[in-house]
Design a protein around this ligand. Structure first.
Ligand SMILES: Cc1cc2nc3c(=O)[nH]c(=O)nc-3n(C[C@H](O)[C@H](O)[C@H](O)COP(=O)(O)OP(=O)(O)OC[C@H]3O[C@@H](n4cnc5c(N)ncnc54)[C@H](O)[C@@H]3O)c2cc1C
Length: 396
């Protein structure tokens, strides 16, 4: 494992840092962290920032140059994510578009789709959301039931999606639809690019414990999707969805800095009158775990640098990070007391948002299964639905 940046990585980090120091907005752009934040103003700020990124060639680090990206690799993406987060730029409304939809269109789309969507996406003119999860399909995403039936040059789609971040202001959605029920579940799914202004779409915001309504239920009621919006062949949607999810991992990579131990320590030193021996011990344990996580992150980066995609390391990393985020929030509240729950500081939203990280992008239990199978070499989970047509599977 190499703990330092290679000379080219260090040069890239320096370039990214210089650019951010000069151009990044000084006010924090975490519109989801503050329940009082004005959503429209947040979107306008994000659009303006995306224009700056585009104009300076920083809109998409890993996209190929021919589509307006920088043509760099996952390691540079992680470095960019780390430096952007340090500059206070987290939770971009463009993460689904640039981090997930764009790369999937590049990999599976035809020329007309690339021409229509990619440039507008990079310029920040169109916002994308992800319509994958359903009330009965999250961890078992391939069990999705939203139905699509072909009618001439269109598909008529009916079903319910849920937990769709940003769907309330999304212009387009990437959506997985079951178009064949007579084949095993992974084989009957088709991937579409959905215009969110289409008739028959109802977006219902879901209010969270933070007070925000960051994600939504999306009801699709006989929505007509033109066949030209089908991404890849009919029934091949699962492969394209895997491209999306792999890119989601990369887009989220390097989020370590979201939780700053230094900030916690500074607040504890300044505001906590007495820190008990148990709390000191917990702070030390948290620090040790943060350092272990940094080493795991370095291992992932080293692997990427050698051209190898990380496998189970990302699962272990996500599992550990979710725990650290939870413990960091709990400890802040325990030591700082009621002051930590003031709406104008970082700890209230940290405390309330941390549990969501244990679910988003694959739950703790799913990460544990990955680690059990791929790190410990334990027998694979039994698959009772293997080879059975979707319509014959028992459903609740
Ligand atoms: C902040 C946030 C943002 C999100 N944004 C989006 C979005 O924009 N678009 C989108 O499509 N989705 C989004 N999601 C949904 C997310 O992908 C799902 O919540 C996640 O995949 C889990 O699915 P589920 O909620 O249906 O839980 P379920 O899969 O129903 O799981 C319920 C419980 O059962 C456990 N479980 C399930 N299967 C197994 C198993 N095989 N072994 C052991 N335990 C198991 C789980 O770990 C969990 O504890 C978001 C979620 C969050 C929290």
């Amino acid at each position: 494992m190499d703990l330092r940046d290679s000379p080219s990585e260090a040069a890239f980090r320096g370039e990214a840092r210089d650019f951010l120091e000069t151009h990044a907005p000084k006010d924090k752009m975490d519109m989801f962290g503050d329940p009082n934040a004005d959503e429209e103003a947040g979107i306008a700020r994000a659009r303006a920032w995306q224009k700056v990124l585009y104009a300076n060639g920083w809109a998409a680090v890993v996209w190929p140059k021919e589509y307006g990206g920088r043509g760099l690799g996952p390691i540079e993406q992680i470095i960019w994510n780390q430096e952007s987060a340090k500059a206070g730029l987290t939770d971009s409304i463009y993460v689904v578009g640039i981090g997930m939809a764009g790369p999937t269109i590049i990999a599976h789309g035809n020329d007309a789709q690339k021409t229509r969507y990619l440039d507008k996406l990079l310029r920040g003119e169109e916002i994308w959301c992800q319509l994958f999860s359903e009330p009965g399909a999250g961890s078992d995403l391939a069990g999705l039931a939203t139905r699509g039936v072909r009618d001439g040059d269109e598909w008529v789609v009916t079903g319910q999606k849920t937990w769709c971040s940003g769907a309330q202001y999304g212009d387009f959605g990437i959506v997985l639809v079951r178009t064949n029920t007579q084949v095993p579940k992974h084989e009957g799914i088709t991937f579409f690019l959905l215009d969110m202004k289409s008739p028959g779409i109802e977006v219902r915001p879901l209010r969270q414990v933070t007070g925000n309504a960051h994600f939504n239920e999306v009801f699709l009621n006989e929505v007509r999707i033109p066949d030209e919006n089908r991404l890849g062949p009919e029934g091949a949607g699962w492969g394209a969805a895997m491209t999306t999810l792999m890119n989601e991992r990369m887009a989220m990579g390097g989020v370590l800095v979201r939780y700053s131990f230094d900030e916690l320590l500074a607040h504890v030193s300044e505001y906590a009158a007495n820190v008990s021996a148990v709390e000191r011990d917990d702070l030390a344990k948290l620090y040790i775990d943060m350092k272990s996580l940094e080493l795991l992150n370095a291992r992932i980066i080293t692997k990427l640098g050698r051209g190898v995609m990380p496998d189970a390391e990302s699962s272990v990393m996500k599992l550990a990070l979710a725990r650290i985020l939870m413990r960091g929030g709990d400890l802040a509240v325990r030591i700082l007391g009621p002051d930590a729950m003031r709406g104008d500081g970082p700890w209230q939203s940290h405390f309330l948002q941390a549990p969501a990280f244990r679910i988003a992008g694959g739950t703790d239990e799913i990460q544990k299964t990955q680690a059990a199978e791929r790190v410990l070499g334990l027998p694979r989970e039994p698959r009772a639905d293997k080879g059975i047509p979707f319509e014959e599977l028992p459903r609740s």
